[in-house]
Structures are given as structure tokens and as C-alpha cells.
Design a protein around this ligand. Structure first.
Ligand code: G3P
Ligand code: MG
Length: 249
């Protein structure tokens, strides 16, 4: 297997549960707790601006409503993406991908960019995020790891920026998924914690593919997964994991 430059612990959605997901506040909180790697979700606004959001709609995590991909960035930028989490984050805006990339690079934080396309825009989103990532991390010591549940988005990202590493997110990988991983020339498979077994990890390693596991919040479970050979743990439990596993940050 090729060398693996990524830290073992990755902060899920920037700041796990401690801050509103996929915001700059979340990214900064993860950094302040010592996390050297952050996972976050990126999609495209109607005018092509890349921004962070998990859901396809605005309702759960912002003061807006309806499909996020139907809004321009100017319309998204005025929404409150913090109040849903807690009063302390009232007024926290949505985050633009470019601004997040800059904040990460300033502190040497490594990125796992999850390409999370608005449905129907898989190829376009994969291509655009790959091109932007290549530009934003130009000259970086460690390239961002692009990942996605969408095979189409990853295939498009490979065409646009073949030099950037790709991870295929599959909750419960099958043999057919290992064929897809090979087609994508992916360096990693990102599976759900319930489906991470010693057999699966060994199968991936035999194929030359690393294994990242999400979303692991229980320290003994994380320890067990690492003993089985998991290459990375994506967690929402930032404070406890930073305290228990400082050597894995
Ligand atoms: O990238 C791992 C994990 O974030 C995938 O699930 O729904 O949290 O984006 P989700
Ligand atoms: Mg994600």
C-alpha cells in the first residue's frame, strides 16, 4: 500500500457535535481542540459557488428553507447556520469552500472534502470541487482527500483532477464496490462503523485500499477498530477523543 499521510483521527463536519456542523466556527473549534484533519460536506449553489452543507435542503441547519441548490451564494450567505445548534452560535453564517480551505491551510489542517452533490448535479459537482480543490491546495504538503457516496461525482473528479486522492464512501462495501473502487483508482473506502469488521479491513488492505470508519464516538470502539487495522476514524466526539488519543491527532 502507498504511504498514508492522513492523521488517524478526523473531525466529522468540522467540529463534531460541539459546534454547528459545516461552519467556520466548527472548523475553528476542531482546530482549537488539536484536530489535524477535518471532514466536511461540500455542494454547489445555483451560481456555481461551492459551500458547506450536509443536507440537500436548508431547513434542518439554517434559518432558510427549501432546496439549497436553488439559491445563489448571495442568498445563502445571509442565512443563520448557527442558531439551530445553540444560542452561543446565533448568527454564524454558512461557509464558503474557498474560505474554509484558507482557514485549514493557514493552520496546516488536512482536509477530507466530502463531495455531497445536490441530487442531479453529481458530475458537475464532482468536477467543480476537484478543480477548486486542486487550486486551493496548490503546493500543499498533503493533498485534500476527496470523498463521496456518489460514484459519478468521484468519476468526474478523477477526470478533472486525477492527481487528487479519492475515497469512496460506502456504508457496507460489497465485492461490487471493490470493483468500483478499482475503477475510481480510489485510495480509501469509508464505511459505516456497524459494517467495519476485521474481514472487511483485511479485504480492503489486500486490494491496496485504506479504510476510514464513520462515525465513531465511543473510545473503546475506536481503539478496537484501530487494532483491527482501520486507517482512520471520523468522529463527532472531539473533546473526549482528543483527550484519550492525543497521539492519533
Ligand atoms: O464522510 C463520512 C461521513 O460524513 C459520511 O456521512 O452523512 O455524515 O456525510 P455523512
Ligand atoms: Mg460527511
Amino acid at each position: 500500500m502507498k504511504s498514508w499521510p492522513y492523521p488517524r483521527l478526523v473531525a466529522h463536519r468540522g467540529g463534531g457535535l460541539l459546534a454547528p456542523e459545516n461552519t467556520m466556527a466548527a472548523i475553528r473549534l476542531g482546530q482549537s481542540l488539536g484536530f489535524r484533519a477535518a471532514e466536511f460536506d461540500v455542494k454547489l449553489a445555483r451560481d456555481g459557488v461551492a459551500f458547506l452543507l450536509h443536507d440537500s435542503t436548508l431547513d434542518r441547519t439554517t434559518s432558510g428553507s427549501g432546496p439549497a441548490g436553488e439559491r445563489t451564494w448571495d442568498e445563502l450567505a445571509v442565512l443563520d447556520a448557527g442558531s439551530w445548534h445553540s444560542e452561543a452560535f446565533h448568527g454564524e453564517p454558512m461557509a464558503r469552500f474557498d474560505d474554509v480551505a484558507r482557514a485549514l491551510r493557514e493552520r496546516g489542517t488536512i482536509a477530507n472534502v466530502e463531495i455531497k452533490p445536490v441530487p442531479g448535479t453529481e458530475r458537475e459537482t464532482g468536477r467543480e470541487i476537484a478543480i477548486r480543490s486542486a487550486a486551493l491546495w496548490d503546493g500543499a504538503a498533503v493533498a485534500p482527500l476527496l470523498s463521496s457516496f456518489s460514484f459519478e461525482a468521484l468519476a468526474a473528479s478523477r477526470e478533472a483532477a486525477p492527481q487528487l486522492p479519492r475515497g469512496f464512501i460506502v456504508a457496507a462495501p460489497t465485492e461490487a464496490d471493490f470493483e468500483r473502487l478499482a475503477q475510481l483508482e480510489a485510495v480509501s473506502v469509508h464505511c459505516a462503523r456497524q459494517h467495519a469488521t476485521p474481514g472487511l479491513i483485511a479485504r480492503a488492505h489486500a486490494a491496496g485500499v485504506r479504510v476510514l470508519v464513520w462515525t465513531v464516538n465511543d473510545p473503546p470502539e475506536a481503539r478496537r477498530l484501530l487494532e483491527w487495522g482501520a486507517d482512520g476514524i471520523i468522529t463527532d466526539n472531539l473533546r473526549q477523543f482528543a483527550n484519550r488519543f492525543p497521539e492519533l491527532l
